[in-house]
Design a protein around this ligand. Structure first.
Ligand SMILES: [Zn+2]
Ligand SMILES: [Zn+2]
Length: 409
């Protein structure tokens, strides 16, 4: 697959302040109005919902057919390995025979709008759960554990209309499938009105009122006035504990990682010594290691799944105890595009990836319970060399193109 060619969807919207047209990318959380300079953060209750606009404004009888939009990283622990894949698909969200099971690439070619009560037509409620659809994507009978990480689940409403007991695609004006109008009425009657209003919240620092900073797709905004970081929960920003790994001089780039201290039951994994044994790492176990608490790291950004696995493993094996402070770097901060909840799911995958005795221990994975004692956002320093970013302390490198790809995930 050519990752670089993947486009994210574009959404047409209006600035809530001055009504100027603004185009957003699917992953954008910040709306920046180029006209009035308003900066707002986008939130929704569950899924973002989009409509495919119809050019034909005379039609009043549009029926919107729901499709799940699913995109993310999938990891499956199989008999001898941790398999990974990137998925990017859309699938019919109702159980109705004759309808196309997928919209294909069509939404990529069109600009979408946010679904809102102002959109003309009637809407069918999804009848199939998005999680159930996703399980099918990664389904494998011999799978010991499965995780979807960094997934985007959204709903896209495809406009159709009914004429003489035939459903037509409202964009292409082509027949899709026969359906009796009373059957459709039955389905529509069962659909409740949906809660799909997107909301915008102010990007002022809740602590000091300063303007919060961040890339358009970031889940964590920062305040360089009071040195704080914020993520949105519900309708409000909540403080994120963070630290910055320091070097002799400031690095040109900082990449975010989640550092987690879990409580693990079902497998002896409490100390660094336990990790050395589990992964058969080339280290001599000292009595100090038996007492050293164990941390897990996960990238706080999206990259291709193989790199994601590698970075989680490498950083966890390093157990780096570098000097740190809580002063935000004034150089480039790579956006946090993976939430702390998603990182938590990654602990199990990292454990599976580290296990050397796969045959003996993989069946035991289902008995493992993981709770978090603490989670912290860590910004790590990176220097630039040719096409790579290099961790200035650990000397690990990441291809710049991998990050470009990550912004499209
Ligand atoms: Zn504006
Ligand atoms: Zn502040």
């Amino acid at each position: 697959m050519n990752y670089q060619s993947l486009d994210s969807w574009q959404i047409d919207h209006q600035c809530p302040q001055c009504s100027a047209p603004v185009t957003l990318n699917e992953a954008d959380r910040l709306l920046l109005c180029p006209y009035c300079r308003t900066k707002l953060y986008l939130v929704t209750d569950d899924h973002f919902q989009y409509c495919i606009p119809t050019k034909d404004s005379t039609r009043r009888d549009i029926i919107h057919i729901p499709y799940w939009r699913l995109k993310g990283l999938s990891f499956s622990v199989l008999a001898g390995e941790v398999a990974n894949r990137f998925f990017d698909t859309n699938l019919l969200a109702i159980d109705m025979r004759g309808l196309p099971s997928s919209l294909g690439l069509r939404p990529q070619a069109l600009k979408l709008t946010f679904a809102s009560p102002g959109v003309e037509g009637r809407f069918l409620e999804p009848g199939i759960d998005a999680r159930a659809v996703m399980q099918r994507i990664g389904a494998d009978a011999t799978c010991y554990h499965q995780a979807f990480i960094g997934e985007i689940i959204s709903l896209i409403h495809c406009p159709m209309y009914l004429e003489n007991n035939m459903l037509y695609d409202a964009l292409l004006k082509r027949p899709v499938c026969p359906i009796k109008s009373e059957d459709m009425d039955g389905l529509l009657a069962k659909s409740h009105s949906q809660n799909w209003q997107i909301r915008f919240i102010s990007t002022q620092c809740p602590r000091c009122g300063w303007d919060l900073l961040g890339e358009k797709d970031t889940l964590v905004l920062t305040c360089t006035n009071c040195e704080s970081a914020w993520t949105c929960r519900g309708n409000a920003f909540e403080s994120v504990e963070f630290s910055v790994i320091t070097d002799t001089e400031p690095a040109p780039h900082y990449l975010p990682f989640w550092r987690m201290k879990p409580r693990i039951e079902g497998i002896p994994l409490r100390s660094y010594a336990d990790l050395i044994r589990l992964g058969n790492l080339p280290k001599v176990i000292t009595s100090a290691f038996e007492e050293t608490p164990l941390y897990f790291w996960s990238p706080a950004f999206k990259v291709n799944p193989a790199l994601f696995l590698r970075w989680s493993r490498q950083m966890t094996v390093f157990q780096s105890v570098e000097k740190k402070n809580s002063i935000l770097p004034r150089t480039s901060l790579y956006p946090v595009t993976l939430s702390s909840d998603e990182a938590q799911e990654n602990i199990m995958i990292t454990i599976a990836n580290l296990i050397t005795e796969k045959r003996r221990l993989f069946p035991a994975l289902s008995g493992i319970r993981i709770d978090l004692d603490e989670i912290l956002l860590e910004y790590h320093p990176f220097a630039i060399a040719r096409n790579e970013l290099i961790h200035t302390k650990l000397r690990l490198s990441i291809d710049k193109n991998a990050l470009v790809f990550g912004t499209q995930l």
